[in-house]
Design a binder for this molecule. Structure first.
Ligand SMILES: C[S@@+](CC[C@H](N)C(=O)[O-])C[C@H]1O[C@@H](n2cnc3c(N)ncnc32)[C@H](O)[C@@H]1O
Length: 281
């Protein structure tokens, strides 16, 4: 907790003249205690936040807290009225060079270099944005739907384990740090939420190409009930493998007998490496 005098989230909503539109993925955080805690999950692992990226800044209730802990913040907001409100409300911080408001779709704007992302995300873009942010190798503190958060943090062998868990687990240690009830938002979303923190780690099992790795994982999980051997064979047209048999032969019998839900990120990385070495032209 901090004694900084933050802008009141209700007053921000009133000044912005918005009520939150679920059709536009707008659920604003109004619980001061949650708002205060969100940045601390990042400062616990990186006390010196130089440049924070916030995706979906809304009326700026979280932006305000981020400016208190970071040297600089870049806030992306798609809604033109909210972007205009942010530029007006935070004019002093913008003039001081501490805040940049990027108006546009976070999946399309060119992302700056940043040292952490802390965001109460629009849930409609959770998957795409997380696959964009994870390869940057910086800490992420992101609010998701609870079910998405659980899938992201799932271990091999559990029902929730899938493409999302593999990709996240490859780039970072993933923790669900706080469940957040619907009442913390206005309007309340239909489902419970949770804050996830990812702490990047240099995998000791590098992949040659992030995109090829993600394509391979996605392809194999389309056949999660099949053995990896058959999944590799059946999905070469999706993963882009030119010589799936060479990968199957090189990967070893133990791995080929498993199913996707039991394969660790490290083993997927091994497959991606083999694919680059023997399976591609
Ligand atoms: C869940 S609200 C969070 C708002 C604010 N950060 C808060 O905590 O109160 C998500 C925000 O993202 C914006 N948004 C929705 N889709 C977006 C997209 N594709 N790119 C950027 N912003 C988006 C919405 O307009 C909304 O302001």
């Amino acid at each position: 907790m901090t004694d900084t005098d933050y802008r009141d989230p209700d007053a921000l909503l009133a000044r912005a003249g918005v009520g939150g539109n679920p059709d536009r993925d707008q659920h604003f955080l109004i619980d001061d205690r949650v708002l205060d805690r969100v940045p601390t999950y990042a400062t616990e692992i990186d006390a010196d936040l130089r440049h924070v990226l916030e995706v979906g800044a809304g009326t700026g209730a979280l932006t305000d807290r981020l400016l208190a802990v970071a040297d600089r913040v870049t806030a992306i907001e798609r809604d033109p009225e909210l972007a205009a409100f942010l530029r007006e409300e935070f004019a002093a911080e913008i003039d001081a060079g501490r805040l940049t408001v990027l108006e546009g779709d976070a999946l399309e704007v060119e992302l700056p270099e940043f040292t952490a992302s802390i965001s109460n995300l629009p849930y409609g873009i959770s998957s795409e944005i997380v696959f964009r942010l994870l390869p940057r190798g910086v800490p992420l503190v992101l609010m998701f739907q609870r079910e998405f958060a659980d899938r992201m943090a799932a271990d091999p062998g559990s029902d929730d384990y899938g493409r999302l868990s593999v990709t996240a687990g490859h780039y970072a240690d993933v923790e669900v740090v706080e469940p957040v009830p619907k009442e913390a938002f206005r309007p309340p979303p239909a489902v419970e939420s949770a804050i996830v923190r990812t702490t990047p780690r240099e995998p000791d099992y590098a992949v040659p190409d992030d995109e090829a790795f993600m394509d391979l994982v996605r392809a194999i999980f389309t056949q999660r009930r099949k053995t990896i051997r058959n999944a590799i064979r059946n999905t070469a047209h999706i993963s882009g493998l030119s010589d799936p048999e060479a990968v199957v032969d090189a990967a070893g019998e133990d791995l080929m007998r498993k199913r996707a839900g039991d394969v660790t990120p490290e083993e997927f990385a091994k497959l991606a490496r083999l694919a680059a070495e023997v399976g591609d032209p």
